[in-house]
Design a protein around this ligand. Structure first.
Ligand SMILES: [Zn+2]
Length: 352
């Protein structure tokens, strides 16, 4: 499943090409994973794309200017059609909506500028600026769908834009979803509290239970210790990958972070000391920053929105390095075990 760095990279790529586009048609091909009707989205324009944990949040507006980049403080006293709230954010217009997209295991978002063109090639390397000849950009699970003719049997939804470009939502195993919420469902609020997270959606069930974003000010050692005190017998790996405790960290980045921190994934959280929590917190951020720098991992779930495969898997220390010598040169060997059903990679000698 794509984790924070992968979803964030998809967000950045798609944002560059589809913000401002008006939706003139929506084809619902699978009622299980597309949980709204075409008429609820047609006529709207995409005003921004955000991310919370592993979920993409498309802001949809009805013929209004994109104000998402404007700080709430700058909006006060203006004639703009937004209402500042007591909490420091602002409400969107009554017509505005948000669409949530979760790719889960096998979801893909594929945007095609000129539908029907088949000469798109995957390239491995850092993201490059969009060039005229790149006509299809994608994010999510890599498969022949990247270059195949679309739509196909796994296409669950098709979003058609006014300029002729198309966004396909493909999902082989159908664990992903697209859901729509309107202003009546939630107060939309800009928090501006971290580099990678901008929005709180407190009343939306998919978003309200999520733990803090790792790059937010809420993600502190004190927070981790407070949570750990409630579930003392949880293994550290399971604790970190619990989305209600920390948002966006999954199997790749937890294994890497615990290696950096020199903590065994098997340790119970009640046995983690204050200075170790500090190391865990810092290591999670370090692992995610590395993932963002390299455009995420392409190993099992990821290609970025420009068709460049992420290269994070060239930079992992323990994840899927079973049997290799420990990169910390401790003399140990990387071992794979299963914790909570998830393959887990660590060095039993230097991670204690
Ligand atoms: Zn080691």
């Amino acid at each position: 499943m794509p984790e924070l760095p992968e979803v964030e990279t998809i967000r950045r790529g798609l944002k560059e090409v589809i913000v401002g586009k008006k939706i003139i048609g929506f084809e619902k091909r699978d009622p299980k994973i597309i949980q709204f009707e075409p008429e609820n989205i047609e006529g709207y324009s995409i005003s921004d794309i955000e991310r919370r944990a592993k979920i993409l949040i498309f802001r949809l507006s009805h013929g209004r200017k994109d104000l998402s980049h404007v700080a709430p403080s700058e909006l006060r006293g203006t004639q703009l059609p937004l209402t500042p709230t007591a909490k420091g954010g602002f409400e969107m217009g009554q017509d505005d909506k948000i669409m949530l997209v979760h790719l889960k295991m096998t979801g893909q978002l594929i945007w095609e500028e000129n539908p029907g063109v088949k000469d798109f090639q995957l390239r491995k390397g850092p993201s490059t600026p969009l060039r005229a000849e790149i006509r299809r950009i994608s994010g999510g699970h890599p498969s022949p769908d990247w270059v195949a003719k679309l739509p196909n049997a796994y296409t669950r939804a098709i979003v058609r834009f006014e300029d002729g470009s198309v966004l396909f939502f493909n999902d082989l195993r159908r664990f992903g979803y697209m859901k729509l919420y309107s202003i009546q469902d939630s107060e939309f609020r800009i928090q501006n509290q971290s580099k990678y997270t901008m929005t709180g959606f407190s009343d939306i069930p998919e978003l309200s239970k999520l733990g803090p974003e790792p790059f937010s000010a809420e993600f502190t050692v004190e927070y981790l210790m407070r949570k750990a005190a409630k579930i003392p017998n949880r293994k550290t790996k399971q604790f970190i990958t619990d989305q209600e405790i920390i948002s966006g960290v999954g199997n790749i980045y937890v294994d890497e972070a615990l290696f950096y921190a020199k903590i065994s994934p098997l340790r119970l959280v009640k046995d983690i000391k204050l200075n170790e929590w500090q190391k865990i917190r810092d290591s999670i951020i370090k692992a995610l920053e590395l993932g963002l720098e390299y455009g995420g991992s392409s190993e099992d779930t990821y290609v970025d929105a420009f068709g460049n495969q992420g290269t994070m898997n060239d930079h992992t220390k323990v994840y899927r390095h079973t049997g290799a010598d420990c990169p910390a040169s401790c003399g140990g060997t990387i071992k794979r075990i299963v914790i909570g059903g998830r393959g887990t990679h660590f060095c039993p000698k230097c991670q204690s």
